[in-house]
Design a protein around this ligand. Structure first.
Ligand code: AN7
Length: 375
């Protein structure tokens, strides 16, 4: 290795490969990757778990269903370190909280925010408090928050009430709010749009995304606009946001007092970023619609059994919504469905939906097993 090539490797972070050939630079986490686009400085202590850089996966079975040459891609953001897109926002929110001298953070959560906040806060040496709706957080998420070391405060109420409480506490006590009202969250989350543009060479024609507090749709729009304004993409997508029909304030046009849905991640009746999301719909010529729990679970199952992708129910709302608009998507268009969370977050829903495939109490003999196999 020459001195010049060693120096270059040192500067670019490249490691020599085993056969001596060039290797690509290892992924440095999204703050380092997109540093010029983010409000961080030399003094910002970057708390990272190397989030971001998630796959954009072609979905041939979904394409077959939609037809007319429409190309469908899945942004598999459940492959982030804690299993959801929240990690993108949390690397920023926790780094900035730490930079400002905070020693504790707080969030309200339907589950994923609490898991991400806990992981990043603990990694950064901060305390993490999570206020959650008791009984409505999927098992995997609660397990994560507890194991990462969050102090979990479960209220006899829903997410909207939890958020109101955390906002009050953050005003009165020295704890930093890390819900998506915190502007650094959306800054981090906008990087998902950058990755989509880089993978496709331009923005997609349509983007389908679930909406709860409506932070992520706003973050994607910000990312697509920034890249377009910088000349890194030509188009802006039609932004399509989907809510569960029992929790659809942005579709109905008014808050919902008692939101219900199997997709507990988006069981939110009064979205904190509602105004922003309505502006996104207007500016992008987008659409909002609700999808029933049945439609969500059907899409959830199709993704798993036909694409091999296990997402959580809330994430499947983006695909259920795409199916709803299938006839309106232009022929040959490119559609990205955002899969926000990993299916392992919610084993209960997966098990409940698939009892028929579990054959129990079989005698421990080949004949007994083959009989059920029907071979
Ligand atoms: C898997 O964790 O609000 O519209 O407290 O976990 O940006 O709120 C989660 C939201 C979509 C909705 N998909 O995103 C929380 C929380 C999954 C989610 C959403 C959430 P936003």
């Amino acid at each position: 290795m020459t001195l010049a090539s060693s120096l270059k490797r040192l500067l670019t972070g490249q490691k020599p490969s085993r056969d001596g050939g060039p290797t690509s630079r290892p992924w440095p986490g999204l703050v380092e990757q997109y540093r010029p686009w983010l409000p961080v400085g030399d003094g910002t202590p970057v708390v990272t778990l190397l989030e971001g850089n998630t796959p954009l996966l072609r979905a041939p079975a979904l394409e077959k269903r939609v037809g007319r040459g429409v190309q469908v891609f899945l942004k598999v953001d459940g492959l982030n370190p804690t299993g959801s897109f929240k990690d993108r926002g949390m690397t920023m929110a926790i780094s900035k909280a730490k930079e400002a001298g905070a020693t504790a953070v707080i969030c309200a959560s339907t589950g994923n925010t609490s898991a991400a906040a806990a992981a990043y806060a603990r990694r950064g040496g901060l305390r993490a408090f999570a206020v959650i709706p008791d009984g409505y957080v999927a098992k995997g998420k609660l397990a994560q928050a507890l194991l990462y070391g969050a102090e979990v405060l479960a209220i006899q109420g829903n997410f909207d009430q939890a958020l109101a409480i955390t906002q009050k506490l953050a005003e009165r006590y020295p704890v930093t709010l890390v819900n998506s009202i915190n502007p650094y969250r959306l800054q981090g989350q906008k990087t998902a749009a950058f990755e989509v543009v880089q993978a496709l060479g331009d923005a997609p024609d349509w983007l389908c995304i679930p909406m709860g507090n409506a932070g992520n749709i706003s973050a994607y729009w910000m990312g697509f606009q920034e890249y377009r304004n910088a000349g890194l993409s030509k188009m802006l997508p039609v932004m399509c946001g989907f809510q569960a029909s029992g929790s659809a304030p942005l579709v109905l046009g008014h808050p919902v007092d008692n939101p219900t849905t199997v997709a507990t991640a988006i069981r939110i009746g009064n979205p904190a970023n509602g105004e922003k999301a309505l502006a996104v719909r207007k500016e992008s010529g987008g659409r909002f619609a609700s999808v029933s729990d049945g439609e969500i679970l059907a899409a959830y199952q199709v993704l798993a059994t036909e694409e091999g992708v296990f997402c959580e129910p809330a994430s499947a709302a983006s695909v259920a919504g795409m199916f709803k608009y299938a006839t309106e998507i232009p022929s040959e268009a490119r559609v990205v469905c955002v899969l926000t969370g990993n299916g392992l977050k919610d084993p209960t829903t997966a098990l409940d939906a698939n009892h028929a495939n579990l054959h129990r109490n079989l005698a421990p003999e080949a004949e007994a097993v083959v009989q059920v196999m029907g071979l």
